[in-house]
Design a protein around this ligand. Structure first.
Ligand SMILES: *Cc1c(COP(=O)(O)O)cnc(C)c1O
Length: 346
């Protein structure tokens, strides 16, 4: 029985085209800037996001941390959402390794941060206070249920940052999902950002890697930070080859994942006792009504053992299951999942 893995889009594995490209990739030592495939990926990524330069990193976490280390001094403060991935799920790397102080503001239901809250988080020029250096946004926003934030809002934050002498970083792990959902060029979503991290290894299906983009001089400093974090790779072209396919061929199809998530949510909502909490981009959150006589743990176990369907309980909110659609979840998988869930719940 084929596994239907809905736990996350991070479980997506490389496509046959990627595996072929990886096998044929030209490589060199990237620490000498000698890997032509990595160089190509970095050039194409920078161009696609409308920035000067890029650096290939092992993960989104590493990309975000390289960005913050390159933008900030020890003792600087970064303003970001209280449910931001950088704040909640990256081990506080900015503080742990960079001596950078996170200053959180509440993430609104629409995944934005309010400008007055950002304004209130800027420290005055006062020797008692950390120097406020940067604002970080997240698009799509993980904890807000995969909601995209608009180009207009991002531009407003960009203008606010410039007026206040601050930098803007975007954690764009799923920025291409946001671009697809909003039907905008990804360049327009990041035009006001000094730097952006995006993941090749989630919905875009590459096996490993993220890219950090920004100005040339910033990327030079980020490469130094990457080295200190142990992230300089040698013949990384075998990975970048998959990344190039991710960038060239996988971004435009993300809309299919969003359509599938919508179909899945519609189908699941018909199952007795199942309540869809939210469905945005490729995310679905749902819970089971109290009267359902199966616990969430049992529900997940039966799906796995009897149907080979993988779901996981979302850590952020007790009693909620989060699903993410991706390249390997097709319409057949959607139909099988809806059928399995309704048979368990009826
Ligand atoms: C996945 C993710 C990251 C980085 O994750 P890695 O697992 O380190 O690649 C960063 N931000 C958001 C919003 C993410 O979803």
């Amino acid at each position: 029985m084929k596994t239907i893995d809905l736990r996350s889009d991070t479980v997506s594995h490389p496509t046959p085209t990627m595996r072929e490209a990886m096998a044929r990739a030209e490589v060199g030592d990237d620490v000498y800037h000698d890997d032509p495939t990595v160089n190509q990926l970095e050039a194409e990524a920078a161009a696609k996001l409308g920035k000067e330069a890029a650096v290939f990193v092992t993960s989104g976490t590493q990309g975000n941390l390289c960005a913050l280390l390159a933008h900030c001094q020890r003792g600087d403060s970064v303003i970001l959402g209280d449910t931001a991935h950088i704040f909640r799920y990256e081990q506080g790397g900015m503080a742990q390794l960079g001596g950078i102080i996170p200053h959180t503001v509440p993430v609104q239901a629409d995944a934005t941060l309010r400008l007055p809250d950002l304004d209130g988080a800027i420290n005055p020029d006062d020797e008692h206070k950390p120097v406020t250096r940067l604002v970080a946004l997240e698009n799509t926003h993980n904890a807000a249920g995969g909601l995209p934030i608009s180009a207009e809002y991002t531009a407003a934050v960009g203008e606010f940052a410039r007026e206040n002498g601050l930098l803007l970083h975007i954690d764009g792990a799923r920025i291409f999902n946001a671009a697809a959902a909003l039907s905008v060029d990804v360049k327009d979503l990041v035009a006001d950002a000094n730097s952006v991290t995006f993941c090749l290894s989630k919905g875009l299906c590459a096996p490993v890697g993220s890219v950090l983009v920004g100005e040339r001089e910033f990327i030079r400093r980020a490469r130094r930070a990457r080295k200190a974090l142990g992230g300089s790779l040698r013949q990384a072209g075998v990975l970048a080859a998959a990344g190039l396919i991710a960038l060239r061929e996988m971004t435009d199809r993300l809309i299919e994942d969003h359509e599938n998530a919508q179909l899945l949510a519609e189908g699941l909502s018909e199952a007795p006792g199942l309540r869809i909490r939210s469905q945005n981009t490729n995310f679905i959150f749902f819970s089971l009504a109290p009267h359902v006589n199966v616990t969430l743990d049992e529900f997940v176990r039966v799906l796995r053992e009897e149907y080979n369907i993988f779901m996981s309980i979302y850590g952020g909110e007790k009693g909620v299951i989060r699903l993410r659609t991706h390249y390997w979840i097709d319409r057949t998988a959607i139909a099988k999942t809806i059928a399995a869930v309704s048979s368990i719940l009826s």
